[in-house]
Design a protein around this ligand. Structure first.
Ligand SMILES: C[S@@+](CC[C@H](N)C(=O)[O-])C[C@H]1O[C@@H](n2cnc3c(N)ncnc32)[C@H](O)[C@@H]1O
Length: 203
């Protein structure tokens, strides 16, 4: 029987598989952060579905970053983030029911949104309640329709709830939410791998 993503990722935290995710996602995340920092103005930052918090720890080193925090639904992941970085800012919460105390300039998320019960609603919520005006949402996903090799991941990993949307659907979720300058591209494509789908929008 398939299990829910939080259960599986909590197990992964125990098995130290979060470090493998860091290694595998780093190139795509670097591409996403480069896009976001091209604005060259000071910013506040949330990593939605931060895992062990490695992106937060990298972003706070940027002089332009005024505050960075991570949110994840797995307590094991957040315990690990706090252990690795006791002075960092990490919250354990389901993304769909959590709201930041203060709106931020950048919301970043790598390999998370297709696990959510309602990704479209999440994108709307980020637009309405997480981001300041001119704020940016940038997401990276490897599980999407055009990346054929990913289609069996739900069965292979035994994870329930994985939403297989096309690139166009993800773009539409951003546009329907009200985002401007919506842009998507695929990073790191090679034979039998369509690349990380990156989608970005500006409020
Ligand atoms: C594939 S991991 C990616 C972690 C991190 N972004 C990275 O690149 O290493 C997905 C993460 O999303 C979290 N997650 C999944 N569904 C969630 C939800 N509904 N609310 C909060 N976090 C969630 C999981 O606990 C897990 O840490």
């Amino acid at each position: 029987m398939k299990r829910n993503p939080i259960e599986i990722f909590s197990e992964w935290a125990d098995l130290d598989k979060d470090f493998g995710m860091e290694k595998n996602h780093k190139a795509s995340v670097d591409e996403m952060l480069a896009n976001v920092s091209e604005y060259k103005t000071p910013y506040t930052f949330i990593d939605a579905g931060c895992g062990n918090g490695w992106v937060v720890r990298s972003v706070v080193k940027d002089n332009l970053c005024k505050k960075a925090m991570g949110v994840d639904g797995s307590k094991k992941m957040i315990d690990k983030a706090n252990k690795l970085d006791p002075s960092g800012s990490y919250v354990c919460a389901d993304l769909i029911s959590w709201l930041p105390k203060k709106k931020v300039d950048i919301v970043h998320s790598m390999e998370v949104f297709y696990y959510l019960i309602n990704p479209k609603k999440m994108i709307q919520q980020i637009f309405d309640s997480w981001l300041k005006k001119n704020g940016r949402l940038i997401i990276g996903i490897d599980f999407y329709f055009e990346n054929k090799v990913s289609h069996n991941w739900s069965d292979n990993c035994g994870i329930s709830n994985m939403k297989l949307y096309s690139e166009e659907s993800w773009i539409n979720f951003f546009k329907i939410a009200g985002f401007n300058s919506v842009k998507s591209w695929r990073f790191g494509a090679k034979k039998d791998w369509a690349g990380t789908l990156i989608v970005r929008g500006v409020k």
